[in-house]
Design a protein around this ligand. Sequence first.
Ligand code: CA
Length: 236
Amino acid sequence: MPLRILLVEDEQELAGAVQTVLQRQGHVVDHCPDGLEGWTLLCSELARYELAIVDWMLPGLSGPELCRRARTSGLELPLLLLTARAETADRVEGLDAGADDYLSKPFAMEELLARVRALQRRQPSYREPVLAVGPYRFDPQTGLLEVSTAGGLVAIPLAGKEQQLMIYFLENPERIIPGSQLRHQLWDLHQDPVSNVVAAQIRLLRRKLAAHGLPSPIETVPSRGYRFHARLPGEP
Ligand code: CA
């Protein structure tokens, strides 16, 4: 779902790159290089931004100060701080100022897009799109997975983690996804790093599909990860 995004960043080159990447995703991005100007734009009734990405060190007004003003004024849009500072104390200061998340420079554009998606999902008005790949169709609103088979449509209600796993697979079909990546995406970092939580969850999902008479679309690729096949066995 496209967002209307305000980008406040004084490094022209970085700003240009971020703007391009976000626009490619369909978002509408306004950019300004000055904190004070950014604040004025944020307050404008006309723009109604749905997300702001704000650099820490800015001319005019600092990023954290901009966040603080936004929260004091009752603006509720998600705020993502960009920071070249890696120290924990600074991060805490940024979050205390009202930022929802921060990203340390330098960052990969993939990481930026992932943070934007995560912030978007937290919005109360956000509706996750229905995912349809091959014979699989999953509606995050209802948690129902539908699979078209030769014998007809099979509907399977999925539970919390099963849903997240299915969304991730349907967003990345036919790709080998390392178990570590799944763990990083779907479980919080405080979880025991040596636990086989991913393997266990995948086993449960396979069992659930099998209980509905379906073969497993999830292939274990030894020592590399998992691959979701977006077609049923026997189909071309
Ligand atoms: Ca800066």
